[in-house]
Design a protein around this ligand. Sequence first.
Ligand code: ATP
Length: 224
Amino acid sequence: MNTGSDKAAIGLFGGTFDPVHQGHLALAQHVLSQCHLDRVLFIPAPRPPHKGVLQTTFEERVAMLELALAEAGAGTHMQCSRIEADLPAPSYTVQTVEALLQRGTCCTYFFIIGGDSLIDLPSWHRIKDLLKRINLIVVQRDHLAVDRVGQMLRSLDASFTYERARGLWCNQQGRTVEYIDDIELPVSSSQVRAALARGERPAMLAPAVFAYIRQHHLYGWKDT
Ligand code: ATP
């Protein structure tokens, strides 16, 4: 991403990662290269507001993320952040973003969401404040038309206008929303958990993550 400054461009990728799978890693890699970011931070939520009781602890999900990132040779380009563990639960994105912004002004942040999450934006906690504070990168997942994305954004902040030359929306505060092509891999954490509970080894799981799941008997996995 050309931020027009010396600031590092950091993508923030929030999720439950229960467990992390190859779709998550591919999405982060895609955004890194497509948007020229310096780094993507995976930010697991200790207690996601929209998901019920999880089968794993925050520490187990962090451990799996770190194993997957190490195995992918992510280095400093993709890292796991524990920031939400220190913030009040449930984990609202706006709180996380405000906490990061308070830590300093060395970076420009881009919050990454899947296009499927776009239609849920109106229900996000303090969404209007969030859009004033951070740039968004929306990765197309369900072929939502560009016009529809514009309508959605303007219903939340009427100052968003589409800048054709840059191929993005920009609001009064100069925050941008970029809508990029998808790379969707047909996998979700729910599918991975369901396969493990059936005793099947899921295809889209990093070997190190699978080894961790076996070792800790997660998601109902039993060695036969
Ligand atoms: P679950 O099945 O439990 O709902 P999930 O696989 O969707 O989990 P989350 O941790 O809830 O994973 O997702 C975090 C983010 O990753 C979301 O923005 C989601 O859109 C994106 N994502 C998840 N799976 C994929 C995939 N296969 N390809 C691209 N993006 C994905």
